[in-house]
Write a protein that binds this ligand. Structure first.
Ligand code: HPA
Length: 275
């Protein structure tokens, strides 16, 4: 079955469950940040298992469901749990949900993640608006036959992280008194954390953060002309900066510590999101 046929069936199933809701913003909740979805009013909740052609999440700490409903005056479709390349999914599978969003008429995408902090002047717990990314590893989600119905074969990436949305997010942060950074996110495939040498390389290359997600979704979103905003919760200093080993517990602990602030910021951004 070709991709458009699959997406058509996925869309049809989800629409049959939406009870007339028309989601306007798609939100992808990253590691440790999944609780945000609990704030959604009168939600429709759909398990990934039940959605035709949807991949299924395997990471501890990630639920696998769509939560659709009202948040701060907007109708949002929230992914509680995303798909990572390191889990063994192809890049095309990783971006399937974002393509589904577009099929449902969603033109706006809010990507969140946990990331390692490469910028030595920042600290764990800082929130970073993504201004751009670097992807030197792994294949493109658009490798292979181009689905022309979704977007063109060759497409621009200089507007991938929408400037107006970054400005909107900065204003939201000021309004709530939450400091935010702006910087470049660099993709590594994981599941190993980076080596100290890779982190030095990332810094020289111009990265402020390193992580294992978000970039494929941002590429697929650009292909389809969606407006994308990305925020990283910098959960740990990246490998080799401090004289200590990295572990997933630190990532989860910082996520837990910051989640209230993060959720206040996300909600204010949603409230002021220009549609
Ligand atoms: N590296 C990659 N991904 C991450 C990190 C990191 O240091 N922290 C949280 N996600």
């Amino acid at each position: 079955m070709d991709i458009m046929e699959k997406l058509g069936q996925t869309k049809e199933y989800i629409e049959s469950r939406l009870e007339g809701r028309k989601p306007q913003i798609g939100i992808v909740l990253g590691s440790g940040l999944g609780d945000m979805a609990d704030a959604i009013d009168s939600p429709v909740i759909i398990d990934y298992h039940d959605i035709p052609h949807f991949p299924v999440s395997t990471v501890p700490g990630h639920k696998g469901r769509l939560v659709i409903g009202g948040l701060e005056g907007k109708t949002v479709l929230c992914m509680q749990g995303r798909f990572h390349y390191y889990e063994g999914y192809s890049m095309e599978e990783v971006v399937y949900p974002v393509r589904t969003m577009k099929m449902l008429g969603i033109g706006n995408l809010f990507l969140t993640n946990a990331a390692g902090c490469v910028n030595e002047t920042w600290k764990p717990g800082d929130l970073m608006l993504i201004t751009d990314h670097i992807k030197l590893v792994a294949d493109s989600p658009l490798r292979g036959k181009n689905p022309d119905e979704l977007g063109p074969r060759f497409f621009d990436m200089t507007r991938s992280y929408d400037k107006a949305l970054i400005t909107c997010a900065e204003k939201a942060a000021i309004k709530k008194g939450i400091p935010v950074r702006k910087g470049v996110y660099m993709l590594f495939t994981g599941p190993s954390f980076e080596t100290a040498a890779e982190v030095r390389f990332a810094r020289i290359a111009g990265a402020d953060a390193v992580g294992m997600s978000t970039v494929p979704e941002a590429i697929a979103a650009s292909h389809m002309g969606m407006h994308t905003l990305g925020i990283s919760c910098l959960t740990n200093m990246a490998a080799g900066i401090l004289d200590q080993p990295l572990n997933h517990e630190e990532v989860l602990e910082t996520g837990e510590r910051v989640k209230n602030t993060f959720s206040i910021l996300v909600r204010e951004i949603i409230r002021s999101w220009p549609l």
